[in-house]
Ligand binder design. Structure first.
Ligand code: C2E
Ligand code: MG
Ligand code: MG
Ligand code: MG
Length: 300
């Protein structure tokens, strides 16, 4: 490979991002275990609703890095780096503690149900079974959050080695488990029944290919529809719920509902919002959920 100037540029950009990430986390290391305010990291929350009634069920916690110079950095641009340089445990621990503490203060819905919070766990964290189980148990104990209200999300690509044992230990805490980005990285379908997952999150790539109304018969659209239908029946056959990620249009919501998917998450309902906006969103979605049509018209 010839050395190009852009390689130099991107290598030094990466180096400075790495330095900044180390500093941002080191600064707050002492506070991390107590889940106190960490200046540069923020958690955004994206609602999840059940079908067909569009009843709010909970939120997924999605971390962002508010970089003092570069502005808001999305997780896809720093989580891999945090994993690579050995800081994902620290960051993940902070997210777990903070999300649990935040969710513990959320109000009950008007139907009397409590909201769930879903937290993403990196495959690297999954490899450190004892540290991960301790982190989740501690976050529950510190926050007082009912374990049943916490959902731990694991991506499909993490299901290697002794992952199953680790998942059972996590499940033993009383939390629920979701298999994230399902359909993009799992080679052994026959193993799926042995893992203690409560729901499958259908990867956004399938939903993205659903037609937006005009192009109902394209090959991609037909395939996407079959895939989603197949995953929905796989889920129901294995006693798992299914949630479609990345639902942006009513047409997509209607199609995944027709395919038998039980829940949705996506920009149609709301983008991820900062913690301070969660309560207003809960009130709006709670009020609208008795009338799904009302939600659809209100949002578009
Ligand atoms: P994910 O867990 O699959 O999260 C869903 C991603 O899809 C989020 O991106 C969300 O903002 C985005 N999304 C949701 N609905 C829509 C939609 O309708 N359209 C489009 N175009 N996008 C939608 P985000 O927040 O950038 O997060 C990206 C990934 O970073 C996450 O994918 C997750 O794998 C990872 N991540 C986020 N927070 C954490 C964390 O605290 N720990 C770890 N280990 N990973 C995290
Ligand atoms: Mg996720
Ligand atoms: Mg996902
Ligand atoms: Mg994803």
């Amino acid at each position: 490979v010839r050395f190009e100037p852009w390689m130099q540029a991107s290598a030094s950009a990466r180096q400075s991002l790495e330095t900044d990430l180390r500093a941002a986390l080191a600064l707050n290391k002492v506070e991390l275990r107590k889940a106190m305010v960490v200046d540069q990291f923020k958690i955004y929350y994206q609602p999840q609703v059940s079908l067909p009634d569009m009843q709010l069920t909970g939120f997924e916690a999605l971390v962002r890095w508010q970089h003092p110079v570069r502005g808001m950095i999305n997780p896809d641009d720093f989580i891999p780096l945090a994993e690579e340089i050995g800081l994902i445990g620290l960051l993940g621990d902070w997210v777990m503690h903070t999300a649990c503490r935040t969710a513990a203060a959320w109000p009950l819905l008007s139907n009397g149900r409590a909201l769930q919070v879903a937290v993403n766990v990196s495959p690297i964290q999954l490899r450190e079974r004892r540290a991960l189980v301790a982190s989740i148990a501690d976050a529950l104990a510190q926050s007082g959050l009912d374990a049943a209200r916490l959902e731990v999300e694991i991506t499909e690509s993490a299901l290697i080695g002794d992952a199953c044992e680790t998942l059972r230990s996590i499940k033993h805490l009383g939390v629920t488990l979701a298999l994230d980005d399902f359909g993009t990285g799992f080679s052994s379908l026959s193993q799926l029944a042995h893992y203690p997952f409560d729901r499958l999150k259908i990867d956004r790539s399938f939903v993205r290919n659903l037609p937006d109304g005009a192009d109902l018969t394209s090959a991609d659209a037909t395939h996407a529809r079959w895939m989603i239908q197949a995953i929905a029946s796989l889920g129901s056959g294995l006693d798992m719920c299914t949630i479609a990620e990345g639902v942006e249009t009513i047409a997509q919501a209607e199609m995944v509902r027709a395919a038998g998917v039980t829940d949705i998450q996506g920009f149609l309902i709301s983008r991820p919002v900062p913690e301070g906006d969660v309560l207003a969103l809960v009130r709006r979605l709670d009020a609208a959920s008795t009338d799904a049509i009302h939600i659809f018209t209100e949002i578009n």
